[in-house]
Design a protein around this ligand. Structure first.
Ligand SMILES: [Zn+2]
Length: 335
């Protein structure tokens, strides 16, 4: 491929259409490299979609990018956040603290955020429970020990919880709930200009993790596949993702993601056929990331995401009648 795959992260701001600017903000020590926030210049104010991770270097890059466009941080009136993961949400809280910026978040994120505030922890306790249920208690124990002190500063409720509806801007934004990556994830659709601000729901290069949050796990992959399907109910748009470059078609990527999960479900079923019985055993039999890395070569955090994702696929197979599950000593055994 002639195009540098990482250029979207390091190349600085990009004007997508007049008045819509993609601004990549740094995520140091994170495999995702950067998060795109999108600046919308509206007659009623200056709007951001997603805000970045609240660290000094991110705020500095945002400030510089705004200055290059003739704005200041204090000109930001509203931030519409796609979901409450720290790389999207915490800087919105910081902007509000400093400049009074209004923060908006999907109503479905409320239970997860309430739990973070109640438990006061960064430890992904729900994902660790899924790990234990998936037959990987040692991994859960190691991960639980790896977390430092909880920093509560970025975890405050938004000013407004958003339901499905429309944000009244000159170019109105439809708010579409898309549960899966998190329960309360939303995407913002500008139908007039044919743009979809997709957050982590539809990403051009990677498949988003599923259900990495606090609270009842439910059937996150089933929700996610339904939310992908929902994108096909609308005319196609350009794809403006939170990680990766802008792409010409949302539908093309949605088809690829649906095909990926179909293949994954088939591989999961094959691993069951070959005798694997737990989430951890099936995860160990599969390869990971687009580079087909062996499970044992992943770090602990990515092993957690891998086992969680495998359990999510197994639970969808059960829901579709292609597998059965029984619980033995707190471990789900599939066949
Ligand atoms: Zn996320």
């Amino acid at each position: 491929m002639s195009l540098d795959r990482g250029k979207w992260a390091t190349g600085g701001p990009e004007t997508v259409v007049p008045g819509v600017h993609r601004i990549p903000l740094p995520l140091p020590n994170d495999g995702l490299r950067a998060i795109n926030v999108y600046l919308l210049a509206d007659p009623g104010g200056l709007v951001l979609i997603d805000a970045g991770w609240s660290i000094p270097e991110s705020l500095a890059v945002l400030s510089e990018a705004l200055a290059g466009l003739g704005y200041r941080l204090e000109d930001l009136t509203d931030v519409y956040v796609t979901h409450s993961h720290r790389d999207h949400y915490t800087q919105a809280v910081e902007l509000r603290r400093r400049f009074g910026t209004r923060v908006h978040l999907g109503a479905g994120e409320r239970p997860g955020l309430d739990l973070v505030l109640a438990l006061r922890t960064d430890v992904p306790v729900t994902s660790l429970d899924v790990l234990r249920r998936g037959g990987a208690p040692e991994l859960a124990g190691r991960l639980a020990e790896g977390y430092g002190e909880f920093d509560p500063s970025g975890w405050e409720p938004p000013d407004r919880w958003l339901d499905a509806g429309t944000v009244a801007l000159r170019h109105p934004l439809e708010v579409l709930p898309t549960p899966g990556h998190t329960r309360g994830h939303v995407v913002y659709r500008d139908a007039g200009r044919g743009l979809l601000f997709s957050g982590d729901h539809v990403l051009p290069h990677i498949t988003p993790s599923i259900g990495f949050e606090l609270g009842e796990p439910g059937l996150p992959l089933g929700d996610y596949l339904d939310s992908l399907d929902l994108m096909r109910a609308f005319p196609d748009t350009r794809l403006l993702p939170a990680h990766g470059p802008v792409a010409a078609s949302t539908h093309t990527r949605v088809e690829e993601l649906l095909a990926h999960h179909d293949k994954r479900l088939a591989e999961t079923e094959d691993a069951l056929g070959a005798g694997a019985r737990t989430g951890a055993a099936v995860a160990g039999a599969l390869t990971w990331t687009r580079r087909a890395v062996a499970f044992d070569d992943l770090n602990d955090f990515n092993r957690m995401l891998a086992v969680n994702e495998t359990v999510a696929h197994l639970d969808v197979l059960v829901a579709r009648g292609r597998a059965t599950v029984s619980e033995v000593d707190g471990v789900a055994r599939y066949s």
